[in-house]
Every structure is written in C-alpha cells, then in structure tokens.
Design a binder for this molecule. Structure first.
Ligand SMILES: Cc1cc2nc3c(=O)[nH]c(=O)nc-3n(C[C@H](O)[C@H](O)[C@H](O)COP(=O)(O)OP(=O)(O)OC[C@H]3O[C@@H](n4cnc5c(N)ncnc54)[C@H](O)[C@@H]3O)c2cc1C
Ligand code: FES
Length: 300
C-alpha cells in the first residue's frame, strides 16, 4: 500500500504542468537602469534537451515565496542549453529577480504560447520593428535568423528607444551594423547624451530609410509599447505588406500560462495559448487585443 502511494505521488508530480524546473543563473548584468539581462542553464542537464522552443514563446519564471510571472525568451533556440531573459524591475517578483546573483537558481516552466511561424517565414524577407522592451522577444527571432541566415531573404531590423540609455542591447545591435547580410536602423526619441550617432526621432522615422522592399514576400514582426502599434501599422500597411504577414507579440496579464485559469482571455481567445503572437489581421477583427486606441487606424 505504501509503495502504491509513492508511485501515485511521483506520477502526480510528473504530470503537474505547474511544476517548475530549476535553472541556474550563469550571467546577469544591467542592460539599462531598470532592466537586467539574465542567462540561465538548467540544473538538470536533461532539461536542456526537453526545453525546446521557438522565438516569440515565453516561460513562467518563479522565485519560491516571491511569485511567478511570464517573461519572453530573448535567446535563440539555435543555441540550446541556455535561456536568456531581459527583465524590467517593476514590482515584487522582478525586484527579487533584480537582487539575484550569478549561481543562484530560479524556477522555470514552459515554453508556452504559439511563437513566430519560423518555418512558414523561411525564404521570405523579414522586417523586424522593436520599440523599448519589445526588443526582448524580437532579439530571439533576430538571432535565430542570423544563425540560420541562408534560410531567409533580406533582413531589416528597426529599433527605437526613448533615449540611448534606455535602449536594450544597444552595443550588440550597433555591432550588427557592421554585417553586410542585414540592415540595422536605430533611433532614439531624444538624445540626452550628445554622443548618439544614429537617428533621432520616433521609431517610425526609420521607415523613411528602409528603401524599396518586396512587400508581398515580406513578413513584418513588431513588438513595443501599445502607443507604437498604431503608427507602425499605418506605415506597414501603407507600404503594402499583407495584414496576415504583419505579426506582433502582445502582453496580457497571465496566471497559469497554460489555458486553465482564464486570466488572459479575450473573447474566445486565451493569449497564453493562442498568442502571444497575433497577426494584424487578428487584431483588426478583435480590437480588444491591443485596445481600441492602438488598432483604430485609418489604414484597415
Ligand atoms: C507573455 C508575456 C511576456 C512578458 N515578457 C516580459 C519580458 O520579457 N520582460 C519583462 O520585464 N516583462 C515581461 N512581461 C511582463 C511581466 O510578466 C510583468 O512585469 C511581471 O508580472 C511583473 O511582476 P512583479 O511581481 O515584479 O510585479 P507586481 O508586483 O505584480 O506589479 C508591479 C506593478 O506592475 C504592474 N504590472 C504587473 N504586471 C503587469 C502586466 N503584465 N501588465 C501591466 N502592468 C503590470 C502592476 O499593476 C503593478 O503596478 C511579460 C508579460 C507577458 C504576459
Ligand atoms: S494565463 Fe491562465 S488561461 Fe491564460
């Protein structure tokens, strides 16, 4: 009888979708004054094989006694065995994560969500538009494409931030400008340093420098603050990129991450399993996805 109980307990734990695996932080450093970069490796090496993901997916990260929340994967699946996150310190859990040191552990469960359709995008030109924290998920797709460069067509990366000190991965992206297999355009709303050598202006000013693109063959991937979507979408649709080829990753309050609690529901969609990646076509047919203000554009 005792043996049976042990077997049931083990099975229960194995089937438990809420059980996190422990990952060790191997690198952690500040990206901006309030956002940290974390690189983690699994404590159990088998977890490195199990945790396979695609760009645009997210993981639930926890610290015992502090809580759990969703965070985008910023690393590329082409570099297995480690995960990278950018986390802005806004509250209880993120404050505790900001206090962690290298070698300490976090709970990770996932990957969750739909992610970007990487196979469908093969052979296509890709334009990525990142604003602020939007660089966190889009860095994953950018690195994936750079690692699999032959599988994709022209690659353009547009990145906007409020000021140079707010720009995530600023040096990493500036270095990419030296490569000749992608075009990197960067802007800040305001240069408060006097040393910024790239464009000054909101991210949409970068569209003036994009040049001719093969719109029917292009996928545009967008992530940024809600206010950015309206203006970026106007530009992309005016360019002629089909609405189903404009993809964006959206944030919603989440609890379980696996379609059980209903916290992230919008009409008949659960953003944790049907998203967080949606097409502009989806958004136009379900305006609550990013709020009426953001999707209320004259270009639809
Ligand atoms: C799919 C997805 C991916 C995400 N990826 C990232 C990421 O890569 N990096 C990152 O820094 N954050 C990301 N977030 C947001 C992150 O989950 C929240 O910032 C986190 O829950 C904050 O936890 P906390 O305990 O520190 O904050 P709390 O103490 O719970 O809250 C602090 C303050 O932030 C507000 N807040 C908390 N969560 C949200 C939210 N989701 N939307 C709006 N306001 C909120 C609260 O109302 C409160 O005012 C993502 C969210 C989702 C849904
Ligand atoms: S977060 Fe629970 S259903 Fe989506």
């Amino acid at each position: 009888m005792k043996k049976l109980c042990v077997v049931l307990d083990e099975r229960e734990v194995e089937d438990n979708p809420f059980k996190p695996q422990m990952w060790r932080i191997v690198r952690r450093y500040p990206l901006t004054y309030d956002t940290n970069f974390y690189q983690a490796r699994p404590v159990d090496p088998d977890e490195a094989l199990r945790f396979s993901y695609i760009p645009g997916q997210f993981a639930m990260i926890s610290i015992v006694g502090e809580g759990e929340a969703p965070f985008c994967l910023s690393s590329s699946p082409t570099r297995p065995g480690m995960l990278e996150f950018c986390i802005r310190n806004v509250g209880t859990l993120t404050g505790s994560l900001a206090g962690l040191k290298e070698n300490q552990t976090i709970g990770v469960r996932g990957p969750y969500g739909n992610g970007f359709p990487m196979e469908k995008m093969e052979g296509k030109d890709i334009m990525i538009v990142a604003g602020g924290m939007g660089a966190a998920p889009l860095r994953s797709v950018l690195l994936n494409i750079l690692d699999d460069r032959d599988k994709f067509g022209e690659l353009t990366y547009l990145h906007g931030a409020r000021a140079p000190g707010d720009m995530l991965f600023r040096e990493e992206f500036l270095q990419l400008k030296q490569r000749d297999d992608l075009r990197v355009l960067m802007s800040v709303d305001k240069d408060d340093t006097g040393k910024w050598t790239e464009k000054v202006g909101v991210v949409t000013t970068l569209f003036n420098d994009v040049g001719p693109i093969d719109v029917k063959n292009t996928y545009a991937l967008v992530c940024g603050p809600p206010v950015m979507y309206k203006f970026v979408m106007q530009n992309l649709v005016k360019m002629g990129i089909p609405k189903h080829q404009i993809l964006m990753t959206l944030e919603r309050r989440m609890k379980c991450g696996v379609g059980k609690c209903g916290h992230c529901a919008i009409e008949y969609l659960y953003t944790c399993i049907d998203g967080p990646v949606f097409s502009w076509w989806d958004v136009l047919h379900m305006k609550e996805l990013i709020g009426r203000g953001a999707s209320d554009t004259t270009v639809a």
